[in-house]
Design a protein around this ligand. Structure first.
Ligand code: FE2
Ligand code: FE2
Length: 668
């Protein structure tokens, strides 16, 4: 009796069916079956265990009598493994749970039996083929699913180093490679490109290596792209290399395997699959090298014996899977590079925009950058807060990035404010003060002239002794006038400063404004109504109109930023900037938003912006407020309901102001 194998079929014969006719009918199926003879129902039921496919040969009368018990038995097991050939056509027995069913009519002949049993064998062969195809299909679906999953993971990874690690890891997993390396093609700095030779200005960077069997510590290094090295050969020829044993390369091979690494760590590279990584533009941007395909993924290759026992060549399927993954990986690497380039250009644009503002208003130089440093630092501290009203507020890296750009650009709209208003240090523009000074000189001359007339008049009409006395008095009077004019001028200079002006000061200016002189027959005032109004500005250097013009910078910023087609992670920048001068109680501008309408990011900029504006030491028109005083002023703003108390508490507690202290800046 042949040994039972999985491919064999059991031929179960009930009672007397194993006669010579049957044996003769089965001669063509030699070695494909095992005959099992059963003599009673119990034995039959016992045989219906169906761990192997079976053909049951049974008389129809016996089948009819035992149908219930047989059905009961086979319903509890996989029905796909039983074929029934019923002998005798006097009764037709309908069976469920049987995949193949045939009837051999009486009288039994060798041919009839051979045909029927042949059909049953064909049925099983077909069934096995279906199972095999099904399995293959399942494997392919699983592989596709796996590739798809890897593809999604690759396209989601924005950190290039992590992406490269992932590419190598997944390529090794999918091909069972014990080790692997990844090379990137990169430009040689300052090397000229050559349209006829893509690699003329390129070199290979050995980027990373992974090895499951030995611990490695190889850092990145550069190498020329030449055919002598395996990676260089693959890059230049754009060919996949599938090498069964890199130690047994043919003598006429263009490339050699560098054993330095193997010798250094006691490793033995044997089978190797090396694949070029190409972008959709067909540019080779890297090389994927998979080493030592293992029979079993988890085996550690730690002895020469293991190499022999475990390492096998990469098969066609590995080449196909790894190639597919390599092209997906190339697209992801290319995407990351493009993204990095866009980011770089964009950051360049932001720097240029900041530079443009600072060119117009050099006194605010560094302000945007300091506000960005403070605001992003504040966001990071908020992220660590575990109690209080902000304990659940968390900013993602993208949101912190977005906040950084918003802070850098928050005052960009100042580009739309007139430059003289922007840099206005005093209440009057220098040319206005110059006019006043001219009028003061005229006024003084006018006084002198008047007194000179009086003197001449006296000399012509009065006695000498009277005249001398009168002239002395007039000279004193003139001296007093000159002193008063000087004092008035000093009052104007003083009032022109952006500091707080007191009631007496305003009164004095109004008095000066009433002084008149005559010029070419016209009566002129020393100060015009406009000048009196400017010099009476209670605090700061700006008039109401100029203040309104400066305030417009928020709307300019918003309109400008709103025109930029931001990517989704930066889409809130215009809104954050738009609300950076809003105050919680609705007293801010330009929209007078209330606390619940102001984005938290704008509330953060409101604090850092105020702090920097107060402490800035580089504004000639304004003295820097010491940081303790600045914190006191902001605290007052918080208590007045303008600024957010919790954000300010965090700002102070974390001493974020140290980040932009004058000492820090000078050290840098
Ligand atoms: Fe602003
Ligand atoms: Fe600002």
């Amino acid at each position: 009796m042949p040994h039972m194998t999985k491919e064999m079929i059991r031929l179960i014969c009930f009672n007397d069916l194993l006669d010579s006719k049957l044996d003769a009918s089965l001669s063509q199926f030699k070695d494909k079956y095992i005959k099992v003879q059963v003599t009673c129902l119990e034995e039959l039921l016992d045989e219906l265990r169906l761990d192997y496919p079976a053909i049951l040969l049974i008389h129809s009368s016996v089948l009819k009598n035992s149908i219930k018990q047989i059905e009961e038995k086979i319903t509890s097991i996989d029905p796909g493994y039983l074929a029934i050939i019923q002998i005798g056509d006097d009764v037709y027995v309908e069976m469920s749970h049987v995949n193949f069913y045939d009837i051999v009519s009486l009288p039994i002949t060798r041919v009839k039996l051979a045909v029927s049993i042949g059909h049953a064998f064909s049925y099983y062969a077909m069934d096995q083929e279906i199972v095999r195809v099904h399995l293959k299909l399942n494997t392919q679906v699983k592989e596709l699913y796996e590739l798809n999953k890897i593809g999604i993971a690759l396209s989601a990874e924005q950190d290039t180093d992590k992406l490269l690690e992932l590419i190598l890891q997944k390529s090794r997993e999918i091909t069972h490679a014990d080790a692997g390396s990844l090379y990137l093609v990169e430009k040689i700095p300052a090397e000229k490109s050559d349209k006829s030779n893509y690699f003329a200005d390129k070199q290979l960077r050995f980027k990373l290596m992974q090895n499951d069997s030995v611990t490695i510590g190889v850092g990145e290094f550069l190498m020329p792209i030449e055919k002598r090295s395996i990676a260089g050969y693959v890059a230049i020829t754009d060919q996949v290399l599938n090498l069964h044993d890199v130690y047994e390369l043919p003598a006429d091979c263009d490339f050699v395997h560098n054993r330095v690494f193997d010798d250094a760590v006691g490793y033995r590279a044997k089978s190797m699959l090396v694949i070029p990584m190409k972008t959709h533009k067909d540019e080779i941007i890297g090389v994927l090298q998979l080493i030592n395909r293992k029979k079993h993924w988890n085996t550690i290759i730690n002895s020469p014996g293991k190499i022999e026992e475990e390492i096998i060549p990469f098969d066609v399927k590995c080449v196909s899977l790894a190639s597919s993954l390599a092209s997906q990986a190339a697209v992801s690497i290319e995407n990351n590079r493009l993204y990095a380039e866009i980011k770089k250009s964009f950051e360049g644009f932001i720097k240029a925009a900041m530079h443009a503002i600072e060119q117009r208003d050099p006194t605010t130089f560094g302000h945007s950058e300091r506000v960005a440093v403070l605001t992003t630092a504040l966001a990071k501290v908020v992220n660590k807060t575990t109690s209080g009203p902000l304990k659940d507020v968390r900013f993602t890296n993208d949101q912190i990035h977005e906040l950084n750009y918003a802070a850098l650009l928050h005052d960009f709209g100042k580009i739309g404010v007139r430059e003289n208003v922007l840099v206005k240090a005093k209440k009057l523009y220098p040319h206005e003060l110059e006019y006043i000074n001219y009028r003061f000189r005229l006024f003084k001359k006018y006084n002198h002239l008047n007194l000179s007339h009086e003197k001449i008049d006296l000399l012509l009409n009065k006695k000498r002794e009277v005249v001398l006395e009168k002239i002395r008095k007039l000279d004193h009077q003139l001296q007093d006038w000159d002193n008063l004019v000087k004092e008035y001028w000093n009052t104007v200079i003083e009032a022109n400063e952006p500091d707080l002006i007191m009631k007496e000061g305003v009164k004095k200016i109004s008095t000066i404004g009433k002084l008149v002189y005559h010029d070419n027959g016209h009566e002129e005032q020393v100060l015009t109504a406009h000048e009196i109004e400017r010099l009476s500005i209670p605090k700061g250097s700006l008039s109401v109109e100029e203040r309104a013009e400066i305030k417009l910078h928020v709307i300019h910023s918003y309109n400008f930023l709103n025109k930029i087609p931001w990517t989704s992670e930066f889409k809130n920048i215009p809104e954050i900037v738009y609300a950076h001068h809003e105050r919680l109680d609705g007293t801010g501008y330009p929209r007078g938003l209330m606390a619940n309408e102001i984005p938290i990011q704008s509330k953060m900029i409101a604090i850092t912006d105020t702090y920097d504006a107060l402490t800035a030491w580089d504004r000639p028109y304004k003295k820097a407020v010491p940081f303790e005083k600045a914190l006191e002023i902001i605290d007052w703003e918080v208590n007045a309901g303008h600024l957010d108390a919790e954000l300010f508490r965090i700002f102070v507690e974390a001493r974020l102001f140290d980040l932009v202290s004058k000492d820090t800046e000078q050290l840098e």
